[in-house]
Design a protein around this ligand. Structure first.
Ligand code: ADP
Ligand code: MG
Length: 289
């Protein structure tokens, strides 16, 4: 049975908003060496806003993008749907929408032609290529730390959008606290572009990051990092890595599948509570042993 000291540490953690699903999870946290963080929705708020539309016909680009993103639960999708509504662009009707995890979404338009919205990788898979001008606009957005969405019909790029996201308040402090609690390796894992990741990592004082990752890349990297490894995430794309990590930590604002795959849930989405939980877990382990 679970030692009383573990139960009381779990209760104390729960009062602080850190919900351990088991005493084994609490014990695992005590030994963690590396913490891997997803970027979008974990280090950032995932309250994204479209800041720029680059298209010959902005309304058409927004309509198509909103038609597609209306079928997606990615945080980028909400931003695109809202931007279209605010600018009076009615979502285009699309069918057979399919999410492509870590890349975007594809569907068929009313003529049965393929339409898509997502990142450079998805554009590549769809056989579309960006003009020099579009490349330059994308690079400028990404260098500011903005993510981007490319929207296309068949092999044609209809437009691209810059999507800004704010860091969670207090996140730089939370990472600093975690370091001072003895977690040697915080590392950011993201499906976003390298340039975006670099800007965000620099803002957070994080020296280690991996970018342009597919869900299976995140999973593999979790197995390669110096262990024991905790993974903190929110997305469908994080679920395999959360399950694979020695300790999966989900933010409560995350998707159901992330929360189900995790061993710990941060109830107020507050990563600042992690360092305290590490200290609690270590104190409990010392007392039990
Ligand atoms: P992260 O690892 O930072 O949480 P994801 O793996 O969820 O990011 O997504 C990786 C990238 O895939 C995003 O940065 C975006 O470029 C693209 N993407 C995923 N889903 C969508 C979508 N519905 N619309 C547009 N782009 C998307
Ligand atoms: Mg995410």
């Amino acid at each position: 049975s679970t030692p009383a000291v573990m139960l009381s540490a779990m209760a104390a953690a729960a009062r602080a908003g850190v919900l351990f699903k088991s005493s084994a999870a609490l014990d695992a946290l005590a030994g963690v060496q590396t913490v891997a963080f997803d970027k979008t929705g974990t280090l950032t708020q995932a309250k994204m806003t479209v800041t720029r539309v680059v298209a010959a016909d902005e309304g058409a680009a927004l309509s198509l993008a909103a038609g597609l993103e209306g079928h997606s639960e990615h945080p980028i999708a909400q931003a695109v749907v809202t931007a279209a509504r605010e600018r009076g662009a009615a979502p285009e009707h699309v069918q057979d929408a399919q999410a492509v995890p870590g890349q975007g979404i594809t569907a068929l338009d009313s003529h049965g032609q393929r339409v898509w919205a997502g990142n450079v990788r998805l554009a590549g898979h769809e056989g579309a290529s960006l003009s020099a001008q579009q490349e330059a606009a994308l690079a400028a957005l990404n260098a500011q730390g903005s993510s981007s969405v490319i929207v296309g019909r068949g092999r044609q790029v209809v437009g691209l959008m810059g999507v800004a996201d704010a860091l969670r308040p207090g996140i730089a402090d939370a990472l600093r606290d975690l370091r001072s609690s003895g977690i040697a390796h915080p590392v950011m894992l993201t499906g976003d572009r390298r340039e975006v990741a670099q800007t965000v990592a620099a803002d957070l004082g994080l020296t280690e990051f991996r970018a342009e990752l597919l869900p299976e890349d995140k999973l593999r990297i979790i197995g390669e990092l110096p262990g024991p490894v905790a993974m903190v995430g929110d997305g469908v794309n994080d679920a395999p890595a959360l399950a694979r990590a020695d300790l999966g930590v989900a933010v409560a604002s995350g998707t159901d599948v992330a929360i189900e795959s995790a061993d710990v849930v941060l109830m107020q989405n507050d990563l600042g509570k992690l360092a305290g939980a590490v200290r609690l877990a270590r104190a409990a382990r010392r007392t039990v042993i």
